[in-house]
Design a protein around this ligand. Structure first.
Ligand SMILES: *Cc1c(COP(=O)(O)O)cnc(C)c1O
Length: 393
């Protein structure tokens, strides 16, 4: 049988391995020169002034909440269709999450669904909005910002490294900070580039960048110029813990992989786009039972996931049956995402919310294989198998 195609996978090449091996033999495995080098290259790649590396996308989101000084009596708004970490980062601070519904056909939070969520805030202060660029497709940031009453946007851009978007003006890069206060990225192996585990926060705000760095490393300051209680005579061993921080550092070793991977981003993104274009043209014949999610106007996504919407009712099959049929033909698939408010933890906290857009999206979504290492002919193989399983031949 042909090789199994997972829904996503990393692309690691010989020079990536060599870069890590070199870093392993260097003096500093954790805090070394590659951390800043990766941050600078990343900031440049997305067009942001500052980039702060950290240990995961989840850590990136939590650091962003810490940088904003999110408090327990405050609230954030996040879409119901996302990975749990988007909402959890607010809960780490004791703040509440108001889940916004999504467009049933794109899975994205929109200005109207955001506005409806604002109506459910109650008397809590809205301290941040967490738009998610699902699968790499960009959210209408100006539209949401215009309604947010000054609350900062923290973009969950974990899917969207390499996406360009345009809101009627010049094309802009996800993470360049033109609309959001901060953007958070993940380098988990299924994301567009990987450091195994890893994350990054970008911002144009110097003060936020400083706070991100403070909370990344125990809240400890080593620069005597920034001490609250500077000693009368120099005490070179001194450091000050000025806030309750964490160990969210990304090791030098993994930054070596990040630098090497980042240099490949244009090639990876081009490859993802080419595979997606092949999928789109092949999937036309499975319409209307199967529909590919189209990117929003003005968005040129570096697709992280290739999500299709399947009318399982019309097909007369359950999603589990379709996934099993694909798997038996060597094709992996996955569901992105179970609505977060349906998870027992959040259901216990907020009850059964009625978010029909999220339910309608969840009922139909299925992620098909998409990663740079796929062969040119793999989308054909996947769509052929899907047609067979659905009886659409
Ligand atoms: C992957 C992901 C995260 C978390 O990233 P980790 O690096 O796995 O911690 C957060 N949000 C979204 C949308 C993601 O896809």
């Amino acid at each position: 049988m042909a090789e199994f195609l997972p829904y996503g996978r990393q692309t690691i090449e010989d020079d990536d391995v060599a870069a890590v091996a070199e870093a392993l033999r260097a003096d500093y495995l954790t805090t070394g020169p590659r951390v800043e080098a990766f941050e600078q290259a990343f900031a440049e790649a997305v067009g942001a002034r500052h980039a702060v590396a950290c240990s995961s996308g989840t850590a990136a989101l939590h650091l962003a909440m810490l940088a904003l000084d999110l408090k327990a009596e405050e609230a954030v708004i996040a879409p119901a269709i996302t990975f749990a970490a988007t909402a959890n980062c607010a809960r780490y601070q004791g703040a509440e999450v108001v889940f916004a519904d999504v467009d049933p056909d794109t899975g994205l939070m929109t200005p109207p669904t955001f506005e409806a969520a604002l109506g459910r805030l109650g008397d809590r202060l809205l301290a941040a909005v967490l738009p998610v660029h699902l699968a790499g497709a960009s959210v209408d940031l100006p539209g949401i910002k215009g309604l947010a009453g000054g609350a900062p946007l923290v973009e969950d851009a974990c899917h969207a490294l390499g996406t360009t978007m345009s809101f009627g003006n010049m094309p802009e890069q996800v993470g360049d900070g033109r609309h959001g206060a901060m953007a958070c990225f993940s380098f988990h192996p299924v994301k567009t580039i990987t450091t195994a585990e890893g994350g990054m926060v970008t911002t144009n705000d110097e003060r936020l960048a400083e706070r991100l760095r403070l909370f990344r490393s125990h809240g400890i300051v080593r620069d005597p110029g920034q001490f609250r209680d500077p000693p009368a005579a120099p005490e070179p061993w001194l450091y000050e813990m000025q806030a309750l921080g964490y160990n969210y550092r990304l090791p030098d070793l993994l930054c070596a992989l990040g630098i090497s991977q980042l240099a490949k981003l244009p090639r990876f993104a081009t490859r993802r786009r080419a595979l997606a274009i092949r999928y789109w043209s092949l999937l036309a014949r499975l319409s209307p039972v199967v529909r590919a999610v189209a990117p929003p106007p003005g968005c040129d996504p570096a697709l992280h996931l290739f999500i299709v919407l399947i009318d399982f009712v019309a097909a007369g099959l359950t999603r589990a049956e379709v996934m099993a049929g694909l798997a038996s033909r060597g094709i992996g698939s996955q569901v992105h995402y179970i609505p977060v408010h349906r998870q027992p933890y959040y259901r216990d906290r907020y009850g059964d919310l009625d978010l029909p857009g999220a339910d309608a999206y969840y009922a139909r979504c299925l992620s098909l294989p998409l990663y740079p290492g796929m062969a040119d002919s793999d989308p054909d193989r996947v769509v052929e198998a899907l047609a067979e399983v659905l009886g659409l031949d």
